[in-house]
Design a protein around this ligand. Structure first.
Ligand code: NDP
Length: 286
């Protein structure tokens, strides 16, 4: 066989991007599968995104991840957007198919993988999602598309939450409701899943806990947190203490990366390898 010294390229564009740990888990996955692929973590200023996407085409890159502040702005530089990413209105993964760049959103799907890993199928279930930002919208969309029986969006700024709930409901025909967040949100006994998709608890404010009252919660309600730094948020720790099952933000982060890996390489992602690499990159005990 002739020698092939050409690596396949993927990467991440963001600003700031230096602390983004995704490269560590993708590179570990390439190595585990013996793939000659490289993941480039690149700082791209907002005004340079168009040129950066032309670079993706010029270099024949297989795809890229987008992070803050490019997830929405990238859409106008793409040839197509996957239906769920179009509903979410944001793209975190671009894949190349022939000459076309196609936008995907793997955040909400990554969340669903974590939920299923915990043994819960969201179909027919009742979910409460705290927050109405980008992460919440991706999670609400995927819960709706997965057939959740009821999705209640709870957000501090009522207008943002009500608009998000109404937009996703009209795009998916799913039963999505909104409730304004006043004081402690009492989680009712009929909720099967509670998700914190706000940034409450994110480092350096790791002592913060979303104002929720878990006292009336069903004893098997699954408590999920999108915050992955730290993975053991106060919400996750409190739920554990109450004996509730939990899914931390690392699960969503690993699975959104695993789905991107599969979209790019068409190989099955080595999820355990990726999880270990991510924990190591974040300085967590393996
Ligand atoms: P956004 O800035 O888009 O949204 C933030 C949300 O948090 C808003 O709904 C905001 O409410 C709410 N919020 C923030 N502070 C408070 C507060 N003090 N009280 C009540 N509500 C508050 O952020 P993202 O959606 O992009 O990210 C949210 C979290 O999800 C972050 O911690 C991020 O790291 C994490 N994330 C995790 C991923 C993973 O793979 N694990 C992937 C993507 C994100 P309001 O509208 O009222 O301001």
């Amino acid at each position: 066989m002739p020698a092939n010294f050409k690596a396949e390229l993927v990467g991440c564009f963001g600003q700031p991007v230096a602390e983004n740990p995704t490269g560590a888990m993708q590179e570990a996955a390439f190595e585990a599968l013996g793939l000659n692929w490289r993941y480039l973590t690149v700082e791209v200023k907002p005004g340079d995104l168009g040129n950066a996407m032309l670079g993706v085409r010029a270099f024949g890159m297989r795809g890229v991840n987008l992070t803050i502040p490019h997830k929405v702005a990238v859409i106008r530089h793409l040839d197509e957007t996957a239906p769920d990413a179009a509903i979410i209105g944001a793209v975190n993964t671009v894949r190349r198919e022939g000459d076309k760049l196609i936008g995907e959103n793997t955040d909400g799907k990554g969340f669903l993988c974590g939920v299923r890993d915990a043994g819960l199928d969201p179909k027919g279930k009742r979910a409460v999602v705290l927050g109405a930002g980008g992460a919440a919208r991706a999670i609400v969309t995927e819960l709706a598309l997965a057939g959740a029986a009821d999705v209640l969006v709870v957000n501090r700024f009522a207008e943002r939450g009500a608009t998000m709930a109404a937009e996703v409901a009209s795009s998916t025909n799913a039963p999505i409701r909104f409730q304004a967040w006043q004081g402690y949100y009492p989680v009712s006994a009929d909720a099967d899943i509670l998700v914190n998709a706000t940034s409450i608890g994110l480092y350096p404010n790791s002592d913060a806990m979303p104002p929720v009252d878990l006292n009336a919660a069903h004893p098997r309600m699954l408590v999920c947190d999108a915050v992955f730094n730290p993975p053991e948020t106060r919400l996750i720790a409190t739920a554990r203490q109450q004996g509730l099952p939990v899914v931390d933000g690392l699960a969503m982060l690993v699975y959104q990366g695993a789905i991107a890996f599969e979209l790019w390489t068409h190989e099955q992602a080595p999820e355990q390898v990726m999880k270990r690499a991510l924990r190591r990159a974040l300085g967590l005990v393996i």
